[in-house]
Design a protein around this ligand. Sequence first.
Ligand code: PMP
Length: 461
Amino acid sequence: MTTSSGISPIAVERFVAAERELFLSRNPKSVALAERARHSLYGGVPMHWMADWSTPVPLFVERAKGARFFDVDGHEYIDFCLGDTGTMFGHSPDPVARALAEQANNGLTTMLPGEDAVVCGELLAQRFGLPYWQVTATATDSNRYVLRWARAITGRKTLLVFDGCYHGTVDDVMVRYRDDQTVHRSGLVGQAYDLTEYSRAIPFNDVEALEAALAQGDVCALLCEPAMTNIGMVLPDPGFMQKCRELTRQYGSLLIIDETHTISTDIGGCTRLWGLDPDFFVVGKPIAGGVPCGIFGCSTAMAEAMTQARQRASEESHGHGHSGMGTTLSANALAMHCMRANLEQVMTQAAYDHMLPLAARLAEGFRRLIGKHGLKWSVTELGARCEFQFCATPPRTGAEAEAAFHDELQMALHLYLINRGILITPFHNMTLCCPSTTAEDVDKLIAMLDQALSELLAIPG
Ligand code: PMP
């Protein structure tokens, strides 16, 4: 029997059993650290989801540089995961490493701005076209604060998102669309209040659902990625994002574009490439070269509306209330110095000129393999990012992308690659090329995946 992925579950089971054994025998030091970690770290890892990879115990990393990292057992890996975009421009880029060293002895956080902050504001305005900027600690924080501003500005409470989205651990986005209803995302822990009261989820690429949701008149903002990247990749239909802009404007809702992942498309993100003109624009993860940092930008009209919203709020709080936005370490001196180095020297047009053709080469290689092995899979490409998915045609909605998930197969292939020195993004099949990735690295991934598929398909199912 085969599944919709075209591969028999029994074959996958046999294949993965051998790979798990191989991992355990190849990685005695990771195994020993995992055993030791179980006594002090909950779940044996510093963050519980780090135990959710395809490996039988976590792979412990010793060091990373450029497109490569080394595990504690001395194996070298080509990294196509790149910290799930956190280190999209390579691990420890030299200018960021220098910036870290420069700032290390000059104060890490003071609650006050320095010249770096001004330079970053100017660089961000030039690059992304929005005039005003704020700096946070993570993309999650940026989204949370922008949502607060959107509600304050519009006086409306409902947030609109696309089914299958992810924008960080912001409570309000943890909803799905099921049977024409907004429901809680499965897997949420400790959710006390009903998220569906002020959040609405609709399918991506569905103009009719979008208009119907906005027409209710209660939507403060549509928060979206310009292409979905967290449920597998889902590209917008031609003109869909433009429609999002047009309809949000028509119904008095704001448009927030979260480019935390899609910044891999172009130096100005999809926003600049596709002329999207959002009210707010968010990026996190790689913006300071891997040092925790998030940003959000806004239009002049939004900046004015934010000032008015603050004035209204401070009348009620006698001028010394909490805005609900903060985190003490936001815009700390270390992050600002690293963001400046990253914007000036790392996240350059030359970097994109290197990354984009490599991702295209990778996508082409995936297509070749799919053809060679007669699989009904597809490939989705967006800038420096591409993904193979277990469905015959690229998905158009989050639900379609999710229907193509085959977790056991995905984990089996990932583990096979890890055992042969290649890492791709966990939980789906996304790959990123960075400025240090080479054509040989790309070809090695294709060759190893080819080998994996040949071995897997030869197992009687
Ligand atoms: N926005 C998007 C589009 C993301 O993919 C993510 C994380 N995967 C976030 C926001 C949140 O980033 P962080 O976890 O760094 O806060």
